[in-house]
Design a protein around this ligand. Structure first.
Ligand code: SF4
Length: 196
């Protein structure tokens, strides 16, 4: 990793709010068709609700092709209080994750990776357009209401997030004690940016 743009992007990710950021080789991203199939069966409540989720995204085969063309993948995760992933705060946490992922993608494009692609956990429909009946891309005039913030679903492409955490050198435990207070539980959500 002797490209100093990578270090700049990792630092940028932390400045923007990522708790952790790491660069891994593209062949360390595990993609499984069966994981993207879970969106359809058993059906995720967000299936078909936005242009960023199946069946409106191109899926695992396209992502495998992109990874073959890439030399670096940035992985980010934000760590939050466990409770915030259960209740009303959840869409805001996912919104933050999408925004950070999008900002790194756009910065990567600006500094010389013009075709970079960011993917984030969760549905942009729930996080950004919940007050709208429909996604404006698939049921409106074809334009996204949040093109600089919302990104496509990592799960919809079949990314094995547990393996992604291992590749980045981080714990795979979704909930863990924070350490200083044994009653405080931390959780995390993650995204990735394929540099191209
Ligand atoms: S319009 Fe809303 S639901 Fe549709 S892709 Fe954009 S952010 Fe997602």
């Amino acid at each position: 990793m002797n490209d100093n743009r990578i270090e700049l992007l990792l630092e940028y990710a932390r400045q923007k709010g990522a708790t952790k950021a790491s660069c891994i080789q593209p062949d360390k991203v595990t993609i499984e068709n069966r994981l993207s199939a879970f969106c359809r069966e058993p059906k995720c409540p967000h299936f078909g609700q936005s242009a960023s989720c199946p069946p409106h995204i191109s899926g695992p085969s396209m992502l495998r092709n992109l990874l073959k063309q890439s030399k670096h993948v940035i992985v980010v995760r934000i760590e939050v209080e466990g409770d915030s992933l259960h209740g009303e705060e959840r869409p805001f946490v996912m919104q933050l994750l999408h925004e950070i992922t999008a900002e790194i993608e756009l910065e990567a494009q600006r500094i010389g990776f013009p075709n970079s692609l960011g993917l984030a956990a969760g549905s942009c429909k729930k996080s950004f357009c919940d007050e709208h009946l429909v996604c404006n891309v698939i049921n409106g005039d074809g334009t996204c209401r949040h093109p600089t913030k919302a990104r496509q679903s990592m799960s919809g492409y079949g990314v094995n997030v547990g393996e992604l955490m291992k590749s980045a050198g981080w714990s795979t435990e979704l909930f863990s004690n924070a350490g200083s207070d044994e009653n405080e539980e931390l959780a995390w959500v993650a995204g990735l940016i394929i540099l191209l």
